[in-house]
Design a binder for this molecule. Structure first.
Ligand SMILES: O[C@@H]1[C@@H](O)[C@H](O[C@@H]2CO[C@@H](O[C@@H]3CO[C@@H](O)[C@H](O)[C@H]3O)[C@H](O)[C@H]2O)OC[C@H]1O
Length: 396
């Protein structure tokens, strides 16, 4: 590799650039939604660039802790509660003026062993579950816009998942959990949350059954969270999602997309990124079409910290920002569905090309390769800067 010599090649040209107008949250609120938000997790908060964008309330008016309010994190041994990590995220939301969606109280996964493998009776597990819910919801009282009270109680065919809660308590664990949460914080919105309930299916029907069950017990349930962990090209159509949302809201509850991400088999291609943008757009549009769809949360905003690659080997690039915190076409898809605008300005662009044997060559595009924001540079540390559409380029 020969050292680069720098040739200052001044390209003075007049290029049209799209500068950003209102962001995702601002646009969502302008159209009557409560929020557009993102999940986050404690380890990534040490990344200052990441934190700055997460705290940008133009894009994010709401955050969800991805792990730090789960049972194994908060009550690792019986009746010993640890709120440190959850508090960091609750405090961040308060500092930023962002809503907090709290996640999650009763779930079969990420349970400590003392719960999942305990020797329970019906009465002792009800007592332990109520104790957990009462402590946690009381601790965060007044701080949670919403709680995911119960998460993933269903199998794909709509029957109940054989969790420790169902095994020892039966379906009554669901209304008991909702009633206990409501008693501890009457103002928090209480949600049932699940995946693969985003279009009509046995599982979606099962989730509607849970809403009716909790209502029949006389307990409060305010909403259904549709996780929306989708796959590029297999995302339900906008109309399928719209019809499905209406089936929930007809029961008198709100709905929200709570964990939206749209993964692909790697490596990403221009075609996949374009389809991903369409899939995001259709999903957000379905929410926009239902007045009781209160908001949308993406399950972290950047591929840098997405849970997808470690959970689905060979898949990834599921978020609207890439691993360099650069917006992908998905961002524009979401913004379009939110009715947001980007304004075209004409800018004098001066580009400097650094050249030399084996060196990098700048690409005469005004996209985002190698840079950040809407006016990033155009050279790639790896890959080649590909022109994806009229306003966007990416190193691929
Ligand atoms: O090693 C674990 C690691 O596996 C764990 O990963 C988290 C698993 O849960 C993810 O969130 C869930 C994603 O989809 C839905 O099913 C749930 O509602 C969500 O809670 C989360 O993003 C991952 O980080 O994290 C803790 C590590 O110790």
């Amino acid at each position: 590799m020969v050292h680069l010599s720098t040739i200052a090649l001044a390209l003075a040209s007049v290029l049209p650039q799209l500068t950003q107008g209102a962001g995702l949250h601002t646009s969502a609120v302008a159209k009557g939604k409560l929020y557009f938000g993102s999940a986050t997790d404690n380890p990534e908060l040490t990344d200052t660039a990441y934190l700055a964008q997460l705290s940008n309330t133009d894009d994010f008016g709401q955050i969800t802790p991805g792990n730090s309010q789960k049972w194994d994190s908060i009550e690792p041994s019986q009746n010993t509660f640890s709120y440190t990590k959850g508090d960091v995220i609750a405090d961040l939301a308060a500092k930023n003026g962002q809503k907090l969606r709290c996640h999650t109280l009763v779930w079969h996964s990420q349970l400590p062993n003392w719960v999942s493998s305990g020797s329970w009776t019906n009465a002792t597990l009800i007592a332990a579950m109520k104790n957990h819910i009462t402590n946690v919801v009381t601790h965060y009282k007044g701080k949670c816009y919403a709680w995911d009270v119960a998460n993933e109680a269903l199998n794909e065919d709509g029957t109940y998942r054989d969790s420790v809660f169902y095994k020892y308590i039966g379906e009554a664990y669901l209304p008991i959990a909702f009633a206990t949460a409501a008693a501890a914080d009457p103002d928090a919105k209480l949600y049932y949350n699940d995946y693969n309930i985003e279009s009509a299916s046995s599982k979606s029907t099962g989730a509607q059954r849970i809403v009716k069950l909790v209502q029949q017990y006389g307990a409060k349930i305010d909403g259904v969270g549709l996780q929306a962990h989708f796959i590029v090209g297999s995302t339900p159509s906008q109309s399928a999602q719209t019809t499905n949302l209406a089936a929930f809201t007809a029961l008198g509850v709100d709905v929200a997309y709570t964990e939206l991400d749209i993964r692909m088999t790697l490596p990403s291609t221009t075609a996949l990124l374009t389809q991903q943008s369409t899939d995001y757009k259709n999903t957000v549009a379905a929410c926009m079409a239902n007045t009781k769809c209160v908001g949308i949360t993406i399950w972290d905003y950047t591929d840098k910290y997405s849970w997808v690659p470690s959970t689905f080997p060979g898949q990834g690039d599921a978020c609207p920002w890439d691993a360099n915190l650069v917006k992908k076409p998905a961002y524009a898809g979401i913004l379009a569905a939110l009715g947001g605008t980007t304004s075209t300005t004409t800018t004098l662009v001066t580009s400097t090309t650094t050249a030399g044997s084996g060196g990098t060559t700048s690409v005469p595009l005004y996209g985002q390769c190698g840079g950040s924001g809407w006016t990033g540079g155009t050279t790639c540390a790896s890959g080649t800067c590909k022109h994806i559409n009229d306003w966007y380029s990416q190193c691929l």
